[in-house]
Design a protein around this ligand. Sequence first.
Ligand code: NAP
Length: 274
Amino acid sequence: MEYGRVVLLTGASSGIGKITSEKLADLGLRVYGTSRRANNGNIVYSNEASQGFVEMVQLDVCSDQSVKDAVSYVMEKEGCINVLINNAGFGLAGAIEETTAEEAMAQLNTNFFGTHRMCREVLPIMRKQKKGLIINIGSVAGIFSIPYQSMYSASKFALEAYTEALRIEVRDFGIKAVIVEPGDTRTSFTENRQYTAESENTVYPNSKKSIHKMIKDEKSGDNPIETAQAICKLLYKKNPPVRVTVGPVYKLFVQLKRVFPNRLTEYIIRRMYS
Ligand SMILES: NC(=O)c1ccc[n+]([C@@H]2O[C@H](COP(=O)([O-])OP(=O)(O)OC[C@H]3O[C@@H](n4cnc5c(N)ncnc54)[C@H](OP(=O)(O)O)[C@@H]3O)[C@@H](O)[C@H]2O)c1
């Protein structure tokens, strides 16, 4: 284990975050998993053999104060945070024309600014420790922009840019940063997806069909354990890569994007979603 045993992981109440926190506890890590509905101090998982556990902490990544309180709570208990995993997020569906600025801002507030709030609070701690690992959960939708999910894609593209810059800025302080990009994954993400108000009476004939395809792909998507395993591996890497795409098929798609002409990529996405 390269970084130490105390992990703060946002969005641990379900899906990728829940399974990742349990796998990390199995490795002997002391995991503080967050949820907006948590009661501090509630241990939801423990592994006697490894002595790892998952304790829930109340946190809304959209609130500066909530982020401060959660980080202070972990610091009071442990005196350090070795690994921060920014996983909390949700999806928003609807055509661009049918998305208000408020709806778009709410999407970026959780998925992008939520990560920024967490980093702002944890970076001073890691800087003093002269060591730390930050793992941001992006998406393959942060490499390929998906129609009728533009604001979700924008939030994940933004995380790509953020992580690339962060890595360079914090390198000299011994802090590493990496973005993990899952593809379609079977979690509560599908049920938790929000829809823009105007999408109910959409004037875009392809929008409903496209969203239906997304839902179908997610429901038959990867097991979240695959992302959990990819995250666990990073904790043993002294020099983690910039990005880790989860799953061989998605890895291939991402590599092909680099060599395919843009029009060909666009054609494929259009065929998939329209
Ligand atoms: N499933 C996929 O197909 C897929 C693909 C690529 C990337 N991802 C990414 O993977 C991450 C996890 O998603 P998932 O698939 O595991 O979905 P999920 O099962 O819906 O879990 C989302 C988690 O985020 C938390 N969350 C949402 N809004 C929050 C807020 N404002 N403050 C704090 N926590 C918040 C939820 O906690 P509470 O509601 O309890 O607060 C929940 O624990 C997300 O960033 C998502 O974009 C998912």
